[in-house]
Design a protein around this ligand. Structure first.
Ligand SMILES: *Cc1c(COP(=O)(O)O)cnc(C)c1O
Length: 230
């Protein structure tokens, strides 16, 4: 089932790329394995998908210990400062940096081990009360500050679009994210590349790709519904 789902998602990614005149190789599929057992990832591995997303540090590090070391781990959930130290040397990319305080902590912990942290800035593009992330109009200022930290590389932007059953409603937000990313790239800020645009989940990744996503984070569409009360 998992392998079939991945095949289907990949076909959808290719179709969206074709529609938008993009090369499917520009889009990385991140399989979001949060709440799922590590055996589900083992089941997914023959597909060749090596990028997995988790939203809790403890779950990420537990799976890291058990599973093959060629897996690339993505921290996609809200990150508490006291948990940063457990991620050093284990994550390819932290998607959820939205404050200078968190960035300072990442700098301190990765610096101690002389490691570089690759991060994205999480943007609350629809200004939702309930969401983490920096507002669009504060993003450049935050990036300028973080770019001064020697053990951090800012690779781009991430957003979690509003929950909706009509993905077309999120097109406006994905397009705003793309524009923001282009605007920031033009500033040529040190240690900052804007190569990554992490946006789109099971309900809206196809629209996100049409608007320029380079990473999509798909959970339910690969591993099925999550059960939070077991
Ligand atoms: C859970 C989660 C996803 C995946 O959501 P699905 O709708 O199951 O695809 C993507 N991004 C983040 C940040 C998440 O927490």
């Amino acid at each position: 089932m998992i392998l079939e789902n991945i095949k289907k998602v990949r076909e959808n990614i290719s179709a969206s790329c074709k529609k938008a005149g993009r090369n499917p190789e520009e889009v990385t599929l991140i399989a979001v394995s949060k709440t799922k057992p590590y055996t589900d990832i083992e089941e997914a591995l023959p597909s060749g998908v090596l990028d997995y997303g988790e939203n809790k540090v403890q779950e990420l590090t537990e799976k890291y210990e058990i599973l093959p070391k060629n897996i690339q781990w993505h921290m996609i959930g809200h990150l508490q400062r006291n948990k940063v130290k457990y991620l050093v040397g284990k994550v390819k990319l932290i998607h959820s940096v939205d404050s200078i305080r968190l960035a300072n902590q990442i700098e301190a912990e990765f610096g101690k081990k002389n490691e570089i942290a690759n991060i994205l800035i999480e943007v609350n593009i629809a200004n939702e009360e309930s969401k983490f992330g920096v507002n669009a109009n504060e993003t450049l200022d935050l990036i300028k500050k973080i770019s001064l930290l020697p053990h951090i590389r800012i690779k781009g932007l991430m957003t979690i679009a509003p929950y909706t059953d009509n993905p077309e409603k999120n097109r406006q937000y994905f397009s705003k994210m793309k524009k923001l990313s282009v605007d920031i790239r033009e500033k040529n800020i040190d240690n900052t590349s804007m190569d990554v645009l992490s946006m789109g989940m099971t309900g809206d990744y196809q629209v996100a790709i049409e608007e320029g996503a380079t990473m999509v984070r798909v959970g339910t569409g690969i591993f099925g519904e999550r059960n939070y009360n077991k």
